[in-house]
Design a protein around this ligand. Structure first.
Ligand code: GLY
Length: 253
């Protein structure tokens, strides 16, 4: 799928109040803002027009916009995030998306985080995680099936979201952590497995003819270079401290 647009949201000053399991210290907002600006520039460099939303007061995770929607050519599904503190992020995203797509909503008790949803061509993977429950996955499955997409549901035992561990880096190729190496649900795709100690690099983002990967993972970079796709490295240190990464920071469509 060729992307033409992205929606992002600037981080709030108290982003350190967000949810995290990482033991990497407190994020510095000034540095996070620099990293965010570099991210927007990278998306522009991939040919995307980027809608930048203002920080959402009271929602310190709201810059991780990917969790609030699943967007595909025919429609957008706004989610009901699995973390109660994040459920108030959705309304402003629905408003922003309504300029581009018809929107439908996941309803409670179903929960879905967009970080658990990976589109690869005409197929979707939905991770069943602490954030995405079977009811939410069923609702999303029905919506996607109605548009002709096929879906595989995959339990996520490792990492926050499915896309913390698995991402598409080519039409036929997934970049995965070692925990997903040889996973039967991924058998229809070629796999590149990130080396030991570089699991965070599995959260690499493919945008049109480029790969945007987190800086500082040379072994993974070397493996990705075999694809002969231009690679952009970005420093994500401050977002990583809050369990976030490159895919979480935007909705692309
Ligand atoms: N800090 C991102 C999340 O837990 O959803």
């Amino acid at each position: 799928m060729t992307f033409t647009h992205a929606i992002v949201r600037q981080p709030v000053a108290n982003m350190a109040a967000g949810i995290t399991t990482a033991d990497l210290g407190v994020p510095e907002i000034a540095r996070a803002r620099q990293q965010f600006d570099a991210y927007v520039n990278a998306l522009n460099g991939c040919g995307l027009a980027v809608t930048v939303l203002s920080p959402l007061d009271g929602h310190p995770d709201a810059h991780f916009v990917e969790d609030t929607a699943v967007v595909f050519p025919e429609a957008a599904v706004t989610t009901h995030p699995g973390a109660p503190s994040r459920q108030g992020e959705v309304d402003t995203i629905a408003a922003a998306l309504s300029a581009f797509r018809e929107t439908v909503a996941i309803r409670p008790p179903g929960t879905v985080d967009g970080g658990d949803v990976l589109m690869v061509g005409g197929h979707f993977f939905i991770g069943l995680s602490d954030r995405t429950n079977p009811d939410g996955a069923e609702q999303l499955c029905d919506i996607l099936g109605g548009h002709g997409y096929t879906v595989t549901r995959v339990p996520v035992a490792d990492g926050l979201h499915f896309k913390s561990s698995v991402n598409a880096v080519a039409d036929d190729t997934l970049l995965t952590t070692q925990a997903f190496a040889g996973h039967p649900a991924l058998a229809n795709y070629r796999q590149i497995v990130v080396p030991s100690g570089e699991a965070y690099a599995a959260n690499t983002l493919r945008v049109n003819d480029r790969l945007i990967m987190p800086a500082g993972f040379p072994e993974t970079r070397r493996l990705l270079e075999a694809l002969e796709t231009p690679i952009v490295e970005l420093d994500t240190s401050e977002f990583r401290k809050m369990d976030g990464g490159l895919t979480c920071l935007s909705l692309r469509f």
